[in-house]
Design a binder for this molecule. Structure first.
Ligand code: FMN
Length: 403
């Protein structure tokens, strides 16, 4: 089970002489684990902070430091390093390297390579807060933006110099997501996508509720994958411990009726609606204001039907809108999927087999049976993020086919 956006991608990491250089060793290690092909270029100042050996061991590749000689086979590394690469990331970027890039100076391997590459360059500044806020640095960063570099803003907080302010190297989680965004095809740019995720909770009293095993992982993966591909994503989620993916707008709800209201309020404004949430079909008829003592609980629970959100969306579907449903089934996957596709006026339905240990609820992986009017296809068993991308490929196709 492979397939992640970093696998096989050629990424050059340019390390300059900041105290934060040691943090980037962790970044290189993570990218190598993600199967990216990482080359590291270091300035001579950077090598004062972390040895090239560290980066060589973590990336599994030679580290490049000098432009001239070094007895290497390729005398033109300043050109060849940046050729045919997917991304260049300068991290940490010192005030000095930022100033040099802003004026096109090419007096070492890193700056020369950056001038010669045609790949996207992401710059991650890291420095003391006064160095960062100095008008010269701010002016240089503005110039870099105008020249087409992507600047990843530093974080606020305590610095190595024991001063507090803006200038700390950005955290890896956020940077990694921006890298994934830069490496993804922008084939859903501007498309408004509404995704629902997670279970709903139907309260019985302040302590008890009816719910289901949905973790929200599939819906959050869909939101993340769509956002990486440039979509404007609104995620309407039931209770979930997951963190909202960067760049996605989150609306949190508890009950099926809250989800119904939130979804219908935003449906008309969405080009694509993907209903991955596991919405409770029923709720307790009576909700008690105070916790019911166990000796007073009735042995039979009277239930009331919740609204069928997908059915309602199917009735209200606008011209050009793509409606995707999810179905959790343990038997008759194809027949059930086809029935729901037709009865709910869907364009696509993703049927999850919840009888296995590695698909469906709570798992990291999934295997989706995808059914549309043009036929059924079983997608490979893979991560939920990759399943999301495969489903979005089909969604993009459907968006293109709609009037
Ligand atoms: C201990 C120490 C820490 C430093 N940390 C930073 C830093 O975080 N950011 C920065 O811009 N410069 C920092 N510097 C200054 C740079 O190392 C210096 O400007 C150097 O010329 C940068 O060279 P380079 O951009 O070619 O790597 C630090 C210097 C020292 C001695």
């Amino acid at each position: 089970m492979v397939q992640n956006i970093f696998a096989g991608k050629k990424i050059v990491i340019g390390v300059s002489g900041s105290i934060a250089a040691f943090k980037v060793a962790g970044w290189v290690s993570d990218l190598a684990k993600e199967e990216a092909r990482v080359s590291v270029v270091m300035t001579s100042s950077a090598a004062e902070f972390v040895t090239p050996l560290t980066f060589a061991a973590l990336s599994g590749n030679d580290v490049h430091t000098g432009m001239f000689g070094q007895g290497k086979e390729d005398p033109m590394t300043h050109i060849s390093l940046g050729r045919d690469v997917d991304l260049v990331v300068i991290a940490p970027a010192t005030a000095n390297i930022i100033a040099k890039l802003a004026s096109g100076i090419a007096d070492d391997l890193l700056t020369t390579m950056v001038l010669a590459t045609r790949a996207k360059v992401l710059v991650c500044p890291a420095m003391n807060n006064r160095m960062y806020s100095h008008p010269a640095t701010q002016k240089n960063l503005k110039i870099l933006k105008e020249l087409g570099y992507d600047i990843i803003d530093p974080a606020c907080g305590m610095m190595a110099c024991k001063e507090e302010g803006e200038g700390r190297l950005a955290e890896w989680d956020g940077v990694k997501e921006l890298l994934a965004h830069s490496l993804s095809p922008q084939d859903l740019r501007g498309v408004k996508i509404l995704v629902t995720a997670g279970p709903t909770r139907e309260p019985l009293d302040p302590a008890r509720f009816l719910s289901n095993r949905s973790s929200g992982k599939m819906g959050y993966a869909l939101a993340q994958a769509a956002c990486r591909r440039g979509a404007q994503v609104l995620l309407i989620s039931g209770p979930s411990f997951l963190t909202c993916p960067r760049g996605v707008t989150l609306v949190k709800v508890q009950t099926a009726r809250e989800m119904y209201d939130a979804v219908l309020a935003h449906a008309a404004d969405s080009t694509v609606i993907i209903k991955a949430a596991a919405v409770a079909d029923y709720r307790p008829e009576t909700v008690y204001e105070h916790k019911v003592k166990k000796e007073n609980i009735a042995k039979e629970l009277i239930l009331e039907r919740n609204p069928d959100i997908l059915l309602e969306l199917g009735k209200r579907k606008k011209v050009g809108q793509v409606l995707v449903g999810f179905a959790a089934e343990s038997t008759n996957l194809l027949a059930e999927g086809k029935r729901k596709l037709l009865s709910k006026n869907l364009d696509l339905i993703a049927v999850n087999d919840i009888s296995g240990d590695t698909t469906g609820f709570e798992t990291e992986s999934n295997q989706i049976l995808l059914i549309s009017a043009s036929g059924a296809e079983t997608l490979p068993h893979t991560t939920k993020l990759h399943s999301a991308d495969l489903l979005l490929d089909r969604v993009r196709q459907l968006v293109g086919e709609k009037p």
